[in-house]
Design a protein around this ligand. Structure first.
Ligand code: ADP
Ligand code: MG
Length: 337
């Protein structure tokens, strides 16, 4: 498989701010690749570097093997869907979608034909004559998608494209985007701060922190084998015990993480388990599960998540109670701090 986008030791610094700091990365052709991280971690800057709206301070970016330095955005085989959609309010939906073709000098009849096909593809065939203001948020999002895809980019860059949508619509669009990407077979580079979004759609995810990449892996591997304390916490909210606490409480030589859903009240587990005592400080009812926050020695709040399956014996403890919780020793992940 060929490499669509390659970063070789790429940095983008703004004075003291290391927005992107020595990133090396290969994105394969046809991959649904996500850049996941908290606000300010360098995701948008990385995307803008691929698009050509920013230049690296050092390092090199290749797009399908070609050095990108000096290539203006319109000569790169990529196109971008922005978070705010950036639609033209005074143009019809059809003209918005056809815009890129107009700039390229494609005749009106032909660009309208192609724009209509694009609108059909994103299920907006009947909306071409409307203005963007007369569409819902989800529909505007699809117009932005159609407008970016009409130029047939080999790589589509998406910067938090679902950020403005409510949860239900966002979930529906996640399914649609993934299906569209499969159908078109092009490379998607998808930026998000939402771990659920990244995990549900992506072939691989790069986890960003402070301008650096902490780990690049398939969703299951990120979840089951987090490399660092940051990844363990950011993806799936694991309980991380730093080296000092790990050695004091558990005689473990190394920092480790354990998932909230692997933890149980001590009486419910047999075999080779690790146990710790703590004080229950909060219970959150979440529908399918309940989340218990437990204070460990005044130094750490750890989370335990229990299923609320119908008919299951409910475990009850009042807030304030001191209790012992446990998890299988095999459930811990050693992590770098
Ligand atoms: P993200 O998209 O992950 O939220 P960004 O890539 O937008 O992060 O920003 C990374 C860091 O770089 C932030 O600290 C941000 O303030 C800084 N930054 C981004 N663009 C500029 C700029 N044009 N000038 C100065 N600092 C910037
Ligand atoms: Mg951003």
């Amino acid at each position: 498989m060929s490499i669509a986008v390659q970063f070789q030791q790429v940095s983008r610094h703004y004075d003291q701010v290391k927005a992107v700091d020595d990133i090396s990365l290969d994105i394969a052709e046809g991959e649904f690749f996500s850049m996941l991280g908290p606000s300010g971690s360098g995701k948008t800057t990385s995307l803008r570097l691929i698009a050509g709206f920013e230049q690296p301070s050092s390092g090199s970016i290749r797009i399908f093997g070609q050095e990108a330095a000096g290539l203006p955005p319109n000569l790169r085989a990529v196109n971008t869907v922005f978070q705010d959609y950036a639609l033209f309010p005074h143009m019809s939906v059809l003209d918005n979608v056809a815009y890129g073709l107009m700039i390229k000098g494609v005749a009106k009849a032909e660009r309208h034909r192609q724009a209509e096909a694009m609108l059909d593809m994103v299920k907006l065939g009947a909306y071409g004559s409307r203005r963007p203001a007369a569409l819902s948020g989800g529909q505007r999002q699809r117009v932005a998608l159609a407008r970016a895809l009409i130029l047939q980019p080999r790589v589509l860059l998406l910067d938090e494209p679902l950020g403005a949508l409510d949860l239900k619509l966002r979930e529906a669009m996640q399914t649609e985007l993934k299906a569209l990407q499969r159908r078109l077979g092009i490379t998607f580079v998808y930026v998000t701060h939402d771990q659920g979004e990244a995990m549900s759609m992506s072939d691989r995810v790069a986890v960003f922190n402070k301008g650096r990449i902490e780990q690049v892996d398939a969703p299951q591997a990120l979840y089951n084998r987090p490399a660092t304390a940051f990844v363990a916490d950011f993806v799936g909210g694991a309980n991380v015990f730093g080296q000092a606490l790990a050695s004091r409480l558990f005689a473990q030589p190394q920092a480790f993480a354990v998932r909230p859903e692997r933890i149980r009240p001590a009486g419910q587990l047999d075999g080779d388990v690790m146990t710790v005592e703590g004080r229950l400080i909060d219970i959150q009812y979440l529908g399918a599960t309940s989340r218990y926050e437990i204070d460990i020695a005044g130094e750490k709040t750890m989370a335990m998540v229990l299923p609320n399956a119908e008919g299951a014996a409910q475990w009850q403890a009042p807030v304030g109670e001191v209790l012992t919780v446990a998890w299988p020793r095999a459930a811990i992940h050693p992590v770098a701090e």
